[in-house]
Design a protein around this ligand. Structure first.
Ligand code: GLA
Length: 698
């Protein structure tokens, strides 16, 4: 490899150099507006500090108005204008919405639901991911776009597709059925292996050949769960193949330009851990609901997921709403300060760009009530003022770009377990993957602990504590790895309904949770999910006070096999039965939680686990509702403090720092956070004597 061989790191370094700091911008859809508006847009973008735009995401019908009749005239002007204003284009491959001519000529590209309904054009994402016609037409378009813009000075990043799987996650048409059979053939080699994996002797489903297999279309009762699970995997792979087909073309034509696609936070259909390795930089669209008190904690969990999927590298927040969205049943705007606070939160958790959907609020179309950086009312508006101020602030801290975060706690998450957990015919339909992850994540968030959200295959050696929230599907291999982690001195906390099935959704026998039983020192024989809303008391064994919190959702019959009880159930039939246990295993500690404790109890249990593992909060003694994160660069770091409360807070800093958002260069040992306020505090670079030393102090 010579010095200029394109690598993901070099491609990303080139993008970082272009942006010169934290990128700032939006989806830009000038094609929805008259020419004169673009002139105003570019002036306003400069005013607002825009450095990057996602361009032409829905440009297919304009660029290829008829088969093979490419017309780049319009977007050439836009790209030239962007270049002239020093704005980088994250140029789309334009394949997210097939144009009318394509579906008219080839209606077979339209996706079909499990009920056999053909989804019509008129919205977007109306393509079957396995359609050879769609893939071919998309590939030709990408070839044309990449060839046309390969040397354009505005081109800095490729934006492949758009939010894959957001509307159409899987297609049940005959083309998809044939592709599913091909996929199964590659996965299982023989139909006997498939019969074994899918437990097809149940309900007379044994297949004699792959030709007999269909997608899990709507059936009289539960379709085979292993078949459903494999179809989720196949759906994810079919979409990834679309992404990879386009990426391969881009890599060939523009090997120096980085490639991304924008994932949607909390989307079940697309396995970010699986897609991440083929991407240069990961991107996330995040739409926390202003009507929900804990929206910022859910957002935080998705930021810790995307960062860790990318191996800890910075990622791009490619979309968020400047204020309201249009697609919930009630769409509240963000109250003053929240857009700034939540943007800085993304930066605190590793984002190297803050972008919005969209630049100018649409006049027509389905998203006209979705906020834009430039609202319907124009620029003399709160929203435009707030976004412009944020653009200015972000430009003050170029040293943040490229910095990383180090956490000592990992929370395990796995899309395959998510898919399997939420299949039908389970003990309870109220045990949901994101909810269960959130219960644990929120407790750690409240404790001020920095968390990495990682896949079970991740290298755990850098962590002291691993949290496993209802990880229903756990392979024997990953179970053994977790057990070794404990034996070698690590701490784990495992919650109920973890380690139940293998990768084929077949139960690990001999008592639950199969591969973790020994490390946890418990064995479970039966589950007792309860009605939603019903609670039951918990007690510390031997404690004078009768109760130590409450729990709901689930109980199970735990037999101790070496563990001791930390919390027990109270009441008829359950009196004294273990609800939470702790076990010393090798050099480490393994905790098991056999129910869903209330928020305070969950926090207590996780605080104990953190104490055992000697894991401290990012900053000691922070008031409730203050989030802290540290991004580390070469010889310096930046502490970001976020006040998610409505009160003022004075924060003592363990080491003196400089406020990077003001012109005051003095070092300080304290900072005042306004309600919903933010502080961005730099250490001294080591060449100046290290954090908190020398220079003038307040
Ligand atoms: C998604 C899409 C955008 C837009 C926004 C609206 O993120 O990628 O095109 O529809 O939602 O919130």
């Amino acid at each position: 490899m010579n010095d200029t061989t394109p690598t993901p790191a070099r491609r990303v370094a080139a993008l970082r150099a272009r942006l010169g700091g934290i990128g700032f911008g939006a989806d830009y859809n000038p094609d929805q507006w008259p020419e004169a508006t673009r002139t105003e847009d570019l002036k306003l973008m400069t005013e607002a500090g825009v450095t990057v735009v996602n361009l032409a995401i829905f440009g297919w019908a304009r660029v290829e108005p008829a088969r093979d009749a490419y017309d780049f005239g319009y977007f050439d002007q836009v790209m030239d204008d962007l270049a002239a204003h020093g704005i980088t284009a994250d140029l789309a491959t334009m394949t997210a919405a097939p144009p009318p001519w394509l579906v008219t000529e080839h209606p077979e590209v339209l996706p079909v639901t499990a009920d056999g309904v053909v989804l019509s054009p008129g919205g977007r994402q109306h393509f079957c991911p396995s359609s050879p016609v769609f893939r071919d037409r998309a590939a030709r378009l990408v070839e044309a776009v990449a060839t046309h813009y390969r040397d354009h000075p505005a081109l800095g990043l490729w934006h492949v597709g758009n939010e894959y799987g957001c509307h159409v996650a899987e297609c049940f048409c005959d083309t998809s059925a044939a592709d599913f059979r091909r996929w199964l053939g590659e996965r299982y080699n023989s139909v006997d292996a498939l019969n074994d994996a899918w437990s097809t002797d149940f309900w007379s489903q044994r297949y004699a050949s792959f030709d007999q297999i269909l997608p899990p279309r709507t059936a009289p009762t539960y379709p085979n769960p292993s078949q459903q699970l494999d179809f989720k995997r196949f759906g994810n792979d079919a979409l990834r193949t679309c992404f990879e087909t386009e990426t391969a073309i881009l890599r060939r034509i523009t090997p120096d330009v980085p490639v991304t696609t924008n994932f949607l936070a909390g989307l079940k259909s697309v396995d970010i851990y699986d897609w991440a390795p083929t991407m240069d930089v990961l991107s996330l669209d995040s739409y926390p609901d202003p009507n929900r008190d804990q929206a910022h904690i859910g957002a935080a969990m998705s930021y810790d997921t995307i960062r860790c999927a990318g191996g800890g590298e910075p990622w791009l927040l490619t979309e968020q709403a400047p204020s309201a969205v249009n697609w919930r049943s009630r769409n509240a705007g963000k109250t003053p300060g929240d857009m700034r606070l939540w943007s800085w939160q993304a930066v605190a958790q590793g984002a190297d760009a803050i972008m919005y959907f969209q630049w100018r609020q649409s006049r027509g179309g389905a998203e006209k009530f979705h906020s834009g950086m430039v609202p319907h009312a124009g620029v003399d508006t709160r929203v435009f003022r707030e976004v412009s101020e944020l653009g200015g602030e972000l430009a003050r801290v170029p040293e943040l770009a490229g910095t990383r975060i180090h956490n000592r706690v990992a929370l395990l998450s796995d899309w395959h377990s998510w898919w399997a957990l939420e299949l039908d015919s389970h003990p309870s339909d109220a045990v949901r993957h994101l909810d269960r992850a959130f219960d644990h994540y929120a407790a750690l968030f409240d404790l001020g602990i920095g968390v990495d959200v990682v896949h079970p295959s991740a290298d755990l050696s850098g962590y002291d504590l691993v949290v496993v929230p209802s990880l229903y599907l756990l392979s024997a291999e990953h179970g053994a790895k977790l057990s070794r982690f404990v034996a070698d001195g690590g701490s784990i906390v495992v919650s109920f309904f973890s380690g139940i099935v293998d990768e084929h959704d077949r139960v690990h026998l001999g008592g639950y949770p199969g591969p973790l039983r020994e490390a946890l020192g418990v064995s479970v024989q039966e589950f007792w999910p309860t009605d939603v809303g019903r609670t039951f008391a918990l007690r510390t064994p031997g404690a004078a006070e009768p109760e130590a919190g409450a729990a709901d959702l689930w109980r199970e019959d735990v037999t101790l096999k070496g563990a001791r009880t930390e919390l027990e159930f109270v009441g008829p039939h359950w009196e004294g039965r273990p609800a939470a246990t702790v076990h010393s295993y090798g050099a480490g500690t393994a905790r098991y939680i056999a129910t869903r404790p209330d928020v305070a109890t969950m926090r207590t249990l996780l605080a104990r686990a953190c104490a055992d593992a000697a894991v401290d909060p990012v900053l000691p003694n922070l008031p409730a509702g203050i989030q802290a994160a540290i991004r580390r660069g070469e010889g310096y770091d930046v502490l970001i403090l976020l006040n998610h409360t409505g009160s003022i807070h004075d924060i003592e800093l363990p080491t003196a720092r400089r406020d990077l958002l003001t012109d005051d260069h003095r070092l300080t040992h304290r900072t005042t956070l306004a309600p919903r306020g933010v502080a961005v505090l730099g250490s001294l670079p080591t060449e100046h004597g290290g954090t908190g030393q020398s220079l003038e102090t307040e």
